[in-house]
Design a protein around this ligand. Structure first.
Ligand code: S3P
Length: 178
């Protein structure tokens, strides 16, 4: 088991899996900071993720994402919610395996589709450009990549982000033996 399972935790998972909301709830329970990597990238760039994809392309976004991940892992504080494509890059996967406990939120595709189909809180260029079957194929291709980095998988969903956070915290505490 990696060190500091409660206060330095990374959440990964496909778009719509609830990483940001659950990360916020987990940080509330642990009374620690919560960083959303996409928000950090947007704040640095001064433009939205959609604009980054549109103006600079996905490859540039991926390199900024790698930089932001490395920076957080170098001086972690609290809970990190990553973007769904963080596992696309081998260097990111290696970094995720090496450091803090990684929790993979893995709801069914129907649940993801329900969430992504609702009025989105955030613009997602890939959801806007791909149809549901391409999104399903993307998620299927990525699942082994999430699996290769994750210490824990949360397949079941709970009715609220808070309930998910409580369940994750319990799993981490059990793994820590406390
Ligand atoms: C992406 C997921 C998004 C964001 C970007 C690309 C992806 O984050 O990083 O639009 O490749 O899956 P969320 O998973 O928070 O939507």
């Amino acid at each position: 088991m990696k060190a500091s399972p409660i206060n330095n935790v990374v959440l990964v998972g496909f778009m719509g899996s609830g990483k940001s909301r659950v990360g916020g709830a987990l940080a509330g329970l642990a009374q620690c900071d919560h960083v959303d990597l996409d928000e950090r990238i947007e704040a640095r760039a001064g433009i939205t993720i959609s604009q980054i994809f549109g103006d600079f392309g996905e490859e540039t976004f991926r390199s900024w994402e790698t930089d932001a991940l490395a920076e957080w892992l170098g001086a972690p504080k609290g809970i990190l919610s990553t973007g769904g494509g963080i596992i696309e890059t081998e260097i990111n996967r290696q970094a995720l395996r090496r450091h803090y406990p990684v929790v993979w939120l893995d709801p069914s595709f129907d649940q993801l589709r329900d969430r992504l189909g609702r009025a989105p809180r955030k613009q997602r260029p890939l959801v806007e450009s791909l149809g549901w079957s391409a999104l399903r194929a993307l998620r299927d291709r990525r699942r082994p990549l999430y699996a290769s980095c994750a210490d824990f998988r949360m397949q079941e969903t709970r009715p609220s982000a808070h309930a998910m956070a409580v369940a994750i915290r319990r799993i981490l505490q059990e793994a820590q033996g406390s």
